[in-house]
Design a protein around this ligand. Structure first.
Ligand SMILES: [Zn+2]
Ligand SMILES: [Zn+2]
Length: 251
């Protein structure tokens, strides 16, 4: 089985919102579904490589935020591919529980007041649910790698760890400015929202220790391991914020 080619599919320009295709020898895996309506962009990206939506073998939703899960229902409908997500995200994906947003700075605080991120997308019930630290082997889907639980951005955030020492980590870390991307895309930053910086730091360090050299992101990127390690050290030295009911379950 060959190393999958990683194809970045821009959902918004300048790296602000990305999804990724993992191109295997007999089809593709989609990592994140993008904002509602992104099925057209994913379809075009597949066609540019000689595939169609029917060649999607699996849709991995790293977490339930609208820019990662918004088009999941439409993409499953058009491709027939199963969706994998973590059990801790299911109630959010189904629209039964409001999504949590723990702002990391002024941009996140301003953003959380924007109705767009609270907008309900089509509810989606994943076909494959990972619980606790369960992993999913991607070999049956034509890719050497696995889906792992990497909490911290949200409780049920997933990452993809490839045998090629690359990882796709959703919003575990971002780069650039504002939503990520635009400029300084090789410089790690916290995404606008993050539930537990210490958990994120531990997950990033675990991936670096496991040999991951390149990190592909939902916003900006990619980042090298050295920059990710620097960012994890910054997260470890953050002071906890003042106690406030609205901070829960944020740390
Ligand atoms: Zn997110
Ligand atoms: Zn995001």
């Amino acid at each position: 089985m060959q190393t999958p080619r990683i194809i970045r599919v821009p959902i918004l320009p300048l790296g602000m919102v990305n999804t990724h295709l993992l191109e295997g020898s007999s089809g593709c895996i989609l990592v994140d579904a993008g904002l509602p309506g992104s099925e057209h962009k994913v379809g075009k990206a597949l066609e540019a490589r000689g595939w169609t939506l029917k060649d999607l073998k699996l849709i991995i939703v790293t977490h339930a935020h609208v820019d990662h899960a918004g088009a999941a229902a439409a993409l499953r409908e058009r491709s027939g591919a199963p969706i994998v997500a973590h059990a801790a995200e299911r109630a959010h994906l189904l629209g039964e529980a409001p999504m949590t947003f723990c702002p990391t700075g002024w941009f996140g605080r301003a953003f959380v007041k924007n109705r767009a991120i609270h907008e309900r997308y089509r509810p989606v019930d994943p076909d494959i649910l990972l619980s606790d630290d369960e992993t999913l082997d991607l070999t049956p889907f034509g890719v050497q790698g696995r889906v792992i639980h990497s909490a911290g951005h949200t409780a049920g955030s997933l990452s993809v760890q490839l045998a090629s020492n690359e990882a796709l980590v959703g919003d575990l870390v971002a780069s650039g400015v504002l939503l990520g991307g635009i400029v300084r895309t090789r410089h790690a930053i916290r995404p606008p929202f993050e539930e537990s910086p210490t958990t994120v730091a531990a997950e990033l360090e675990r991936l670096v220790s496991a040999g991951v050299r390149t990190f592909h992101l939902g916003h900006g990127g990619p980042l090298d391991a050295h920059e990710v390690q620097r960012h994890a050290r910054v997260l470890r030295h953050l002071q906890p914020g003042p106690p406030h009911p609205q901070r829960l379950p944020c740390q």
